[in-house]
Write a protein that binds this ligand. Structure first.
Ligand code: SF4
Ligand code: MG
Length: 338
């Protein structure tokens, strides 16, 4: 089946002044050559440390940030090539849910007004049909008419995120980009929101691009996972394979560093690596080489291409000269002896 979303070679670099007199211009290589596809009703998670380019990717998909180049094909139409007026129309089909549900709601608008805005803007409904739609949207996300005349500050963080999700649903989009949608919420509320997102996907069949640094959440919701490092995808595979047989040393390190879901299990161990280098001057060759326990000389010289790898249940790719070796290592045992 044709994917709902196909992203090809998406690139976004931010120019910055550098050098002691700020006379030279360099570029923060926020997103370079990112490609992936998402099927209808499926969730692709994009994971990585802060600054890896995952949020920039999410915003570029919706052209909230203009990418430098690349294609974002939604239902066969390249969103990047659309004129501003046609883009406005296409926005109906792609919505976003942000990390901060308070900051993304207008504090002066009631919930009814907040939900009415996209319904009227995109001419989804009008008059009594629009009122009915607001009621239904509230019910869909576990709220009710009693909440409609209230303002954002009267709600808890989880309820506010429900309002943001209802607003995203209002136009019946084909795609919702969720950028860390539960990271700002109490742990007890996170599961409720994740479950709500999953239920809504089953009900309405939209695709999600789910951006997160939290592997425990990703494991729960994603069908496929793309791992980003310094602006590039370094591994992409079905979710269960990412966790069972990671093919890239960085993916392994992320999994090892993640807090374990089992009560009483060891706390998240230290990452094998130091801080991430800057996307302003990515290291030569494989950008991960200064932190990689498996790095060899070739890694400093040659950037490994993202290449197809064997996969038991789909397609997989990794950008590592030694991906076969990494894939053959037993799970949960990084710190390989050279
Ligand atoms: Fe590590 Fe080399 Fe693979 Fe990069 S290419 S991840 S440095 S082993
Ligand atoms: Mg971010």
């Amino acid at each position: 089946s044709t994917p709902v979303l196909e992203v090809r070679n998406l690139t976004k670099h931010f120019p910055v002044k550098s050098g002691i007199f700020k006379r030279s211009t360099a570029a923060v290589q926020a997103v370079t050559d990112v490609s992936f596809a998402v099927g209808a009703g499926e969730t692709l998670a994009i994971v990585g440390e802060s600054g890896c380019g995952k949020s920039t990717t999410g915003r570029a998909l919706l052209r909230l940030l203009e990418p430098d180049s690349g294609e974002v094909v939604l239902d066969g139409e390249d969103v990047i090539a659309l004129s501003p007026s046609r883009l406005q129309g296409a926005r109906r089909h792609m919505q976003m849910v942000f990390q901060d549900p308070f900051g993304s709601l207008n504090p002066r608008m009631t919930v009814r007004e907040t939900l009415m805005e996209p319904i009227l803007l995109h001419r989804v409904a009008s008059g009594p049909a629009a009122d009915k739609m607001v009621s239904e949207l509230l019910k869909t996300v576990g709220l009710n008419d009693y909440h409609a005349e209230r303002y954002p500050h009267e709600f808890s963080g989880g309820q506010r995120q429900r309002i943001c999700i209802a607003r995203a649903l209002a136009t019946r989009p084909r795609l919702i980009v969720c950028d860390e949608p539960v990271s700002a919420l109490d742990v007890s509320v996170q599961a409720q929101i994740v479950n709500l997102l999953q239920d809504l996907q089953k009900q309405f069949g939209m695709a999600y691009v789910f951006i997160s640094h939290d592997l425990a959440v990703v494991r729960h919701i994603a069908k496929r996972v793309a791992v980003m490092y310094l602006g590039r995808i370094v591994e992409e595979a079905p979710a269960e394979e990412i966790f069972a047989t990671p093919r890239h040393p960085y993916t392994r390190a992320l999994i090892e560093a993640a807090p374990k879901p089992v009560p009483g299990a060891a706390e998240g161990r230290e990452m094998v690596m130091g801080d991430a280098p800057s996307a302003l001057r990515p290291p030569s060759g494989c950008a991960f080489h200064p932190r990689c326990p498996l790095a060899q000389d070739i890694c400093k010289r040659e950037r490994p291409e993202l290449r197809a790898m064997p996969s038991a249940s789909g397609t997989a790719a990794a950008a590592c000269h030694f991906a076969e070796t990494v894939a053959a290592m037993p799970a949960e045992s990084t710190r390989p002896t050279p």
